[in-house]
Design a protein around this ligand. Structure first.
Ligand SMILES: Cc1ncc(C[n+]2csc(CCOP(=O)(O)OP(=O)(O)O)c2C)c(N)n1
Ligand code: SF4
Ligand SMILES: [Mg+2]
Length: 274
C-alpha cells in the first residue's frame, strides 16, 4: 500500500476554532499565511500578536500564540512595548485599513518612523467591514459605501491613502510590500512576503509591513467571486502590488544603515548617530 503523504494540514499556530468571517472573506487566508510563516520559522512558542478592532478583533481566538487586544488603532504602540521589553519575541500586529489608516494613522506613522522592530500585517479591503461598511481612508474614489451612497466624492472626502508608498519614505522602514490573494499564485507570493517580513524582524533590520489587498464581499454587496473580480479591476490598479522598500535589496543590512547613508552629507547626523 502506498505510504500516506501529508500535503496540507492546519498550521500549529492556528487554533481549531472556526472563524466568524463571512463566506469569501480573505481574513482567514491571511491568518493561515501568518500562522504557516510562524510555524516554518519555529517561532510558535514565542510569537506575540496584537489584534485590532475590526472584523479581525477576535484574532486572539484564532492564533494559538500569545495575543493581546489593542484599542482601535493602537496596535503598533502595543507591539512596540512588547518588542522593546522582549526583543527575542516575534511581534506582529494584525490590522484593517480603518484601524491602521484612520484612527491609528498617527501610531502607524510614528512606529514606522521610529523604526520599531515589529511586523505589521495590514488587511486593506477599502472599507470599515466590522461596523457595517462605512467609508475608510482607503475607499476608492466613486466607491459606494454606507456613508458615501453616491460614491466617494474626492472634493469632500479627499483621496485614498496609499500606505506602502507613504511609509516607504520613512527612514525607519526596512521592508514594505503590497500583495494580494486573488489567485493561488498571489497567495503564495503573499506568504513569501509575510515570512520575509518576520525574518527581517528577527534579524533586527527595522520596521516591516505587508499590506494585503483583500475583499469584503458582504459590505461591497457582491458574491465572493465578483468581489475578487472587483478587486482585480479596481483595487489593484489603484494599489499597485510590489516591493516599496527593502533595505537589503538596496544594499544595507538595516533601515538604520540606509538612513545614515542617506544623510551622508549632514555632519551632525553622520557624526553621532548609533
Ligand atoms: C475608539 C473607537 N472608535 C471607533 C470604533 C468603531 N469601529 C470598530 S471597527 C471599526 C472599523 C473597522 O474597519 P477596518 O479596520 O477596516 O477592519 P475590517 O473590519 O474592514 O477588517 C470602527 C470604526 C471603535 N471600536 N473604537
Ligand atoms: S464584514 Fe467584510 S471584512 Fe468583515 S468578515 Fe465579513 S467579508 Fe470579511
Ligand atoms: Mg477594512
Amino acid at each position: 500500500m502506498a505510504e500516506e503523504q501529508v500535503v496540507f494540514e492546519r498550521p500549529k499556530t492556528l487554533t481549531t476554532k472556526p472563524t466568524h468571517y463571512c463566506p469569501g472573506c480573505a481574513h482567514g487566508i491571511v491568518h493561515r499565511l501568518v500562522a504557516e510563516s510562524i510555524d516554518e520559522l519555529g517561532k510558535g512558542g514565542d510569537a506575540v500578536g496584537v489584534a485590532p478592532v475590526g472584523c479581525s478583533v477576535l484574532a486572539y481566538d484564532y492564533f494559538s500564540c500569545d495575543m493581546i487586544e489593542a484599542a482601535h488603532g493602537r496596535a503598533p504602540s502595543v507591539a512596540t512595548a512588547v518588542k522593546r521589553v522582549h526583543p527575542e519575541n516575534l511581534v506582529f500586529s494584525y490590522q484593517g485599513d480603518g484601524d491602521l489608516a484612520s484612527i491609528g494613522m498617527a501610531e502607524t506613522v510614528h512606529a514606522a518612523t521610529r523604526g520599531e522592530n515589529i511586523t505589521v500585517i495590514f488587511y486593506n479591503n477599502a472599507i470599515y467591514g466590522m461596523t457595517g461598511g462605512q467609508m475608510a481612508p482607503t475607499t476608492l474614489p466613486n466607491q459606494v459605501t454606507q456613508t458615501s451612497p453616491y460614491g466617494r466624492n474626492t472634493k469632500e472626502a479627499g483621496y485614498p491613502v496609499r500606505i506602502c508608498e507613504l511609509l516607504a519614505t520613512l527612514d525607519g522602514v526596512a521592508y514594505a510590500e503590497r500583495v494580494t490573494i486573488d489567485k493561488p499564485a498571489s497567495v503564495r507570493k503573499a506568504k513569501k512576503a509575510i515570512k520575509k517580513a518576520f525574518e527581517y524582524q528577527m534579524e533586527g533590520r527595522g520596521y516591516t509591513i505587508v499590506e494585503i489587498v483583500g475583499t469584503c464581499p458582504t459590505n461591497w454587496g457582491m458574491t465572493p467571486k465578483d468581489a475578487i473580480g472587483w478587486l482585480e479591476e479596481n483595487m489593484l490598479p489603484y494599489y499597485p502590488l510590489g516591493v516599496y522598500r527593502d533595505c537589503v535589496e538596496e544594499g544595507f543590512e538595516t533601515a538604520a544603515e540606509a538612513a545614515l547613508a542617506r544623510a551622508k552629507d549632514v555632519p551632525i547626523v553622520t557624526g553621532g548617530v548609533a
